[in-house]
Design a protein around this ligand. Structure first.
Ligand code: COA
Length: 167
């Protein structure tokens, strides 16, 4: 199902590392070869959103940071199936991934996203700060143009100790 979501997103024009031609086998291989090992060794968390039992969205938290960045994590591959968009699924996934980061004591989240895309709007409205744009960063899905990427971060303070206290 995750392969199906990735496959559909790329074919709908998503800029998520892959370009056409991109087969269902390619999509399945991404999850099996590039994501599953990290899930198995605990360095990658994969969140999924389901509608009627079917996976329609996903996002990842990559905890495999260098030794001098134990407080940072990278948000990766936010994907919502084209048939399930504009229902707040991506926003819910981003809230959930933030909660995962807090639980993992990661207080700085970083990501990059295609400049001017819908995801950039979502991140900005979710408190991410855009620190700059790298021009001509990546080909778009059908290699018809080169797109810029916006680098972003969000500070995620740990839960306040006083939140459930008497203060
Ligand atoms: C970007 C993406 C994840 C959004 O998923 P979604 O579930 O439709 O998003 P939501 O319904 O939670 O919307 C969240 C916000 O995103 C922005 N947004 C998403 N789709 C939009 C659209 N078609 N037009 C305008 N704004 C849009 C809006 O700011 C929206 O907030 P609002 O509803 O309060 O206006 C989805 O379009 C997708 O999978 N795209 C392809 C993959 C991709 O680019 N992923 C990002 C990788 S960094």
């Amino acid at each position: 199902m995750l392969g199906g979501v990735l496959h559909a997103c790329v074919h709908a024009g998503g800029s998520v590392s892959f370009i056409l031609p991109f087969s269902r086998d390619d999509a399945r291989a991404f999850w099996q070869d590039q994501v599953l090992p990290g899930v198995n060794d605990g360095s990658r968390r994969v969140l999924v959103a389901r509608l009627a039992g079917k996976i329609v969205g996903t996002v990842q938290l990559d905890l495999a940071t260098p030794p001098n960045q134990p407080h940072r994590a990278e948000v990766k591959k936010l994907l919502v199936h084209p048939d399930a968009r504009r229902r707040g699924i991506a926003r819910s996934l981003m809230a959930a991934v933030e909660e995962q980061a807090r639980q993992a004591r990661r207080t700085l989240l970083t990501l990059d996203t295609v400049t001017g895309g819908f995801a950039e709007r979502l991140y900005l409205s979710s408190g991410y700060v855009a620190i700059g744009v790298i021009p001509r960063y990546a080909l778009n899905f059908d290699s018809s143009k080169v797109e810029s990427t916006t680098v972003m971060y969000k500070e995620v303070p740990p839960e306040s100790n006083t939140r459930h206290g008497r203060d």
